[in-house]
Design a protein around this ligand. Structure first.
Ligand code: SF4
Ligand code: SF4
Length: 436
């Protein structure tokens, strides 16, 4: 079987959050394969811990992808501040045709446009993908999963960090489908009576208060915060209220644009102009919406730049949704020229965490070896980009760990799902629930 077939059989998808089925990338032809170990979401360290624990598996996955795509250059992008902790990775790379690229400690270094520029000096065209400039980018955990897929081992576990208001912030390898409350218990439990979690990060993740939800193939971790924390209060505001406040309070200072990493990299993203769309309807709105089209939803404008605590990122999300619904594509400037102050206006992680009010939670989250034996796992049929997988098991059926329980829909983009524990299938719906 080819690498692409092995990856497909093992159900590998982008582990960094995107969830794009990895077998498709393995079929492309490129110059570079880049391993994304930038991990710029505050408090999450699962990629760092993985690189410390399994450096050989990441390198193997990267080399397999290089062979498959014909790439002659392989690069692992990681933060220089972790140089000391990544000594094993550094020595494993001696005499290899893979290089390390040390990244600065700013947000969002993990954005593909920024990572590709930082590591290769190539600029992805507006609304393009790395493939357009001869590059494939994979998260480091995806590459580890690809090395396992090559040995016919399917994806049944996930590296996650459990951070924030928990007794022992830690990184674990957990069965996919593990409930949030079980993951939080493994980190010693919450230190506050009332809390919610940011799933996969504060900047780009989702706020969740239902602790029975499961860890999926794309989850990078859980950041537990008390419910009265300002970030939870801000994120809980209904989106209509965010827009209403923005419409009346935005003074067009343009700080949101001045700090926008995509704008600084040379793309025509101007969130302050998108804010003007909130005051218009129909055709007037679309004129301003176009300035959102190249936004990557990094959240820096809403959570760091805006002195009025408004929501330009959410205005950009709405604008992008409206433009997509209207079938409109980018027709603005296709020239990309890095802004002269790009290097001078990076937002350091420490400064960002200070603004977010989470500095007290900025502690290491070392990997803890732990056997998880959950009573129940919940495996959503859609944990990837594409169509939901189709169940191939029935209620009451016994399954073994690693057995296929759902297949991609015929001729559609999707990914296989495997049982992450052995047990009995107790429900088959939008998710498959297995109990021991
Ligand atoms: S930073 Fe805030 S107030 Fe200033 S233009 Fe942007 S949204 Fe408006
Ligand atoms: S979320 Fe804001 S800062 Fe981030 S890319 Fe979009 S407009 Fe720029």
């Amino acid at each position: 079987m080819s690498l692409s077939e092995n990856i497909q059989a093992a159900g590998v998808v982008g582990s960094g959050g995107a969830g794009f089925p990895s077998h498709v990338k393995a079929q492309s032809k490129v110059d570079y394969v880049i391993a994304n170990g930038a991990e710029c979401e505050p408090l999450l360290h699962k990629d760092l811990e993985l690189l410390i624990k399994e450096p050989e598996a990441v390198i193997k996955g990267l080399k397999l992808m290089m062979q498959s795509t014909g790439a002659t250059k392989g690069i692992i992008g990681v933060k220089r501040k972790y140089e000391e902790r990544l000594k094993t990775l550094v020595s494993a790379l001696k005499d290899q045709d893979v290089q390390l690229h040390w990244l600065g400690d700013f947000y969002p270094t993990g954005d593909e446009y920024i990572l590709v520029y930082e590591t290769t000096k190539r600029l992805i065209p507006p609304q393009g993908i790395p493939l357009d400039v001869g590059v494939v980018v994979n998260n480091v955990e995806t590459l580890r999963n690809i090395s396992l897929a090559d040995r016919k081992i399917p994806v049944t576990s996930k590296y996650i960090t459990v951070a924030g208001a928990v007794k022992h912030p830690s990184t674990f390898s957990v069965p996919i489908g593990l409930r949030y409350d079980d993951a939080i218990a493994a980190a010693g439990g919450a230190t506050v009576p009332e809390y919610a979690v940011f799933v996969s990060g504060i900047m780009m993740g989702k706020l969740e208060s239902d602790m029975t939800r499961p860890i999926t193939k794309t989850c990078a971790g859980l950041v537990v915060l008390p419910t009265d924390h300002r970030l939870i209060q801000r994120k809980s505001l209904p989106v209509e209220s965010m827009h209403r406040i923005g419409k009346s309070a935005c003074d067009q200072c343009s700080y949101c644009t001045e700090f926008c990493p995509r704008y600084l990299l040379g793309y025509d993203v101007q969130p302050h102009k998108v804010m003007r769309s909130l005051g218009f309807t129909a055709t007037g709105e679309q004129v301003w919406n176009q300035w959102a089209q190249l936004c990557c939803s990094c959240g820096l404008c809403t959570l760091y730049a805006c002195p009025e605590d408004l929501y330009p990122k959410e205005a950009c999300d709405k604008a992008k949704f409206d433009l997509k619904s209207a079938g409109m594509k980018w027709n603005g400037n296709r020239e990309v020229e890095v802004h002269p102050i790009y290097d001078g206006r990076h937002v350091p992680l420490k400064q960002l965490m200070g603004k977010l009010g989470i500095t007290e939670f900025d502690v290491p989250a070392h990997f803890q070896e732990k056997e998880f034996s959950p009573r129940q796992v919940r495996l959503p049929l859609l944990q990837h980009v594409g169509e939901p997988a189709i169940p191939v098991v029935k209620k009451g059926q016994r399954v073994k760990k690693g057995e296929v329980i759902a297949e991609p829909a015929a001729n559609k983009l999707g990914a296989r799902i495997h049982a992450s524990i052995g047990g009995t299938v107790v429900a088959v719906g939008l998710e498959i629930i297995i109990e021991q």
